[in-house]
Design a protein around this ligand. Structure first.
Ligand code: GH3
Ligand code: MG
Ligand code: MG
Length: 397
């Protein structure tokens, strides 16, 4: 997937990824086009992971009710109500939201609510409790930031907003209530800042590592795909080679519905030995490249598959093309070769480069590739014998 501002071709994607992978990149975000690809590749799985993490966090969170019994026994009812009627249901709702494929920004905003809501519950109990040990209860705010930041796999920006918002809520609560000595309040804030900063730093490192691993895996995947494509391609003309043809044949005979037509056009440049002898091998190569490019552009709209089958012999495979169709396409290809208007003083029939065509067609399920090829080959031989620059149709056995 590439966006408008991204690299234009797979080769450029690979080059840009190589550059990014080798750079000591300090920021977390990828360039826009890569961020979209990252999200497309990892987003769904990540949403599942987050949903599972929220479930686990909800269990640990509720175990902390033991702290309410011990430190703020006067507000256990309030704490239990907040736990079971507000925060836990909200967490389960958030987990469901993750599964509904929300976008990455919404997911990170929503994700941050898990630690933030827990902190709000702790601060709420702190406000209403008159227990002598209430200042100890407040340490749960820092403990919550530490444990959720390390156990839930929130993205850095999600944890950052939640940690910052929690700190603001903590300071506001301390200032508004003036319930505990200033020294204790300062230590509460200090502990929170240290816990928040340390865990956020760890989360940034973890996310950077994850993104780096993704980048390396993507680079390897693209390299393998590029090497694979190259192995299936003819180096001179860029069309498929015999290996590429084998793959195409397998997929056509496997994926095409039985009864659907498949056509094979085999064509061979006329008097090509004479062309080479007269103009030299490099000119012969250029001629083959031009013919392949012309045939490819003619076949592309029909999703035809073009192979360089031999030295100056090409093979086109077309699905959904019955005999008449295939013959018409071969006729277009024949004209296309003539239209290139490549001078060939050594041709006995005409003074420009031409090609001869053999066509065969049949129905998938009734005929195999080999039989189709044999029929097209016989037709090509007939086209050559009939004076070259001709299209002949063969009868498939
Ligand atoms: P016909 O009209 O019967 O097909 O005659 P032809 O001369 O085309 O056929 P022949 O099989 O006698 O010669 C094919 C020539 O194609 C011989 C070879 O030099 C040339 N050829 C094969 N591969 C390449 C290539 O990659 N580059 C170049 N320049 N020539 C090639
Ligand atoms: Mg030839
Ligand atoms: Mg030949």
């Amino acid at each position: 997937m590439k966006s408008a501002d991204g690299p234009a071709a797979d080769r450029d994607v690979l080059a840009e990824i190589e550059a990014l992978a080798s750079r000591q990149n300090r920021g977390l975000a990828f360039p826009g086009w890569l961020e979209s690809r990252f999200e497309a590749d990892t987003g769904a799985r990540y949403a599942q992971i987050l949903a599972a993490d929220v479930g686990r966090t909800a269990v640990y969170y509720n175990l902390f009710l033991v702290g309410d019994f011990l430190l703020t026994p006067d507000t256990v009812g309030l704490a239990a109500s907040l736990h079971f009627l507000a925060v836990t249901p909200a967490m389960l709702l958030l987990a469901t939201l993750f599964r509904t494929r929300v976008g990455p920004l919404a997911r990170d905003i929503v994700g941050g609510f898990v630690p933030f809501l827990i902190a709000c519950q702790i601060l709420c109990v702190f406000v209403f409790s008159h227990s002598a040990t209430v200042s100890h209860y407040l340490y749960f705010v820092a403990l919550n930031a530490t444990s959720v930041n390390t156990s839930m796999r929130l993205r850095y920006r999600a944890a950052k907003w939640a940690t910052s918002a929690t700190f603001a809520a903590l300071v506001a609560t301390l200032v508004a209530t003036q319930k505990i000595p200033v020294e204790v309040a300062v230590m509460q804030c200090f502990s929170f800042v240290v816990c928040g900063a340390v865990t956020l730093r760890g989360m940034a490192d973890r996310e950077r590592e994850f993104r780096r691993a993704y980048l390396n895996a993507l680079r390897d995947r693209l390299k393998i795909a590029a090497a694979d494509a190259e192995a299936n391609q003819d180096a001179l003309t860029g069309v498929a080679n015999r290996r590429g043809l084998e793959i195409a044949v397998r997929s056509i005979w496997r994926d095409t519905l039985p009864g659907e037509s498949v056509a094979l056009i085999l064509f061979d440049v006329d008097r090509f030995k004479a062309y080479n002898d007269l103009y030299g091998h490099p000119a012969g190569d250029a001629c083959l490249r031009a013919i392949a490019a012309a045939a490819l552009s003619r076949l592309a709209p029909r999703a035809g598959h073009l192979t360089r089958f031999g030295g100056e012999e090409f093979l086109a495979l077309l699905t959904g093309a019955a005999a008449r169709d295939a013959e018409a396409i071969a006729e277009q290809l024949r004209r296309e070769v003539l239209a290139l208007d490549i001078a060939h003083a050594g041709s006995m029939e005409r003074k420009i480069v031409s090609a001869s065509f053999g066509v065969a067609s049949g129905r998938v399920g009734e005929i195999g590739f080999e039989a189709l090829l044999a029929a097209a080959d016989a037709a090509l031989y007939a086209a050559k014998s009939a004076g070259r620059n001709k299209v002949a149709r063969g009868l498939a056995a």
